[in-house]
Each structure stands twice: as structure tokens, then as C-alpha cells.
Write a protein that binds this ligand. Sequence first.
Ligand SMILES: Cc1ncc(COP(=O)(O)OP(=O)(O)O)c(N)n1
Ligand SMILES: Cc1ncsc1CCOP(=O)(O)O
Ligand SMILES: [Mg+2]
Length: 218
Amino acid sequence: MSRECDLRVYLVTDPRLCAARGILETVQQAVAGGSRLIQLREKQTSTREFVELSRAVMAALRGTGAKCIINDRVDVALACKADGVHVGQSDMHPSDARALLGSNAILGLSVETLEQAREAEAFDVDYYGVSPVFSTPTKLDTAPPWGLGGLRNLRASTSRPLVAIGGVTAANAAELIQAGADGVAVVSAICSASDPRLATKQLLGAVEDWGRRPQTPA
Ligand SMILES: Cc1ncc(COP(=O)(O)OP(=O)(O)O)c(N)n1
Ligand SMILES: Cc1ncsc1CCOP(=O)(O)O
Ligand SMILES: [Mg+2]
């Protein structure tokens, strides 16, 4: 198991928004569209169902090169041998999560302020979720949004990989990469799309497009 992760288009699932199609099908379509990192985010599901879902997703991802991250729950990740865990500021402390998961697991941490990011430099985590970059109806209990200026300041303060989350669409993904994000994490832009494969492809196109543009000297 390696800690390398492709953050370019990171799907975070939502059982309500995926209800019509199912989480497994949504994940498979997103992977077909080019996503290589999937986070299973289940806030209401029983522990047993969460483990079963995670095992099914892990099996579906086998051989695709995509990795599976579990939101919040180190126990679920250990039970299904997931690739990693994402924790936020009120979840298990990243140092405790790292101790339980071991040195080969991917560990992501949400950062909501520059001070949290500064503190997190001492933790053995693989990326920061810039949370939220814009306001979003998908998650209401968030800190104030970073905005593009906040993301630029964060980029200037750390060399850690950054993934922007909250209100991200194919229309604003390129400006987030321009502002310093290494990738975008999305819920509704893929889960609520009529064609999740196409939606993922468009997000990936927007992220990659920035990298192909000629860079103007500062
Ligand atoms: C990639 C990514 N970034 C941020 C979050 C938010 O995590 P958290 O602040 O713990 O909130 P919940 O998702 O647990 O409600 C995330 N999940 N993923
Ligand atoms: C899980 C999470 N963490 C910060 S914002 C958010 C929800 C993002 O949802 P959407 O991509 O639909 O705006
Ligand atoms: Mg959390």
C-alpha cells in the first residue's frame, strides 16, 4: 500500500445525492471518468453497513488504480483495509489516527484556518482539505469559506498538497488550481450529475487545462 494519491478529481460520496443511482454505480462511473480518489462519507449509516459498503467499493476499485478513503472512521477503514482516512478538526486527532492506521495509510486533514494549517505541519498527514473553499448547501456546519484569496495565502504558507472542497464545479475548478490547489474534491458536482462519468471528465479537463496553459512570468 502506497501513500501516493491523485488528488486531481476527488469524489466524496453522499448517500442522499447518490440514492437514485447507488453509491457503487456512482463511484464506478466517476472512476470511468478519471477520478482516482474516492472518499466514502456516511454520517447516518450503521457501522456494519458502512463496513459492508466500504468492502464492496474496495472490491469494485480493485485493478482500477483508484483508492478508497473513509471519512471520519478509522475503525471502518481498518476493518475493510481501505487506503486511508480523512479527518476534520473535531474528529480523531490526526496523530492518533496515524498511530492506529500505520505509516502506509493515506491520511487527509481538513484545515479551516491558517492557524490550523500551521499547527498541522507537525502532523504526518498527506494532504489538507481546504474546507470549505466556497459555501455549499451540501454541508452547512462549516467554517467561513477560504475563498480564492484565502487559498492563495494558504498555498504560500505550506508545501503540503491541497485539495479544495465546497461549492466546486467544472466552471470554477481551473481558478482553484490557478490559486494553488493540487486538486478538487466534490460531492454534488458528481453525485447529483445526470452523467457522473461525463461530469468527472469535465472536472478533470478543467483541472488539467490549467496545467497546459502557458505560464506568464510574474
Ligand atoms: C477532502 C475533504 N476535505 C474536507 C472534508 C471535511 O471534513 P470534516 O471537516 O471532518 O467534515 P465532514 O466531512 O466529516 O462532515 C472532507 N470530508 N473531505
Ligand atoms: C464534505 C465537505 N466538507 C467541506 S464542504 C463539503 C461538502 C462539499 O459538497 P459540494 O461539493 O456539493 O459543495
Ligand atoms: Mg469529519
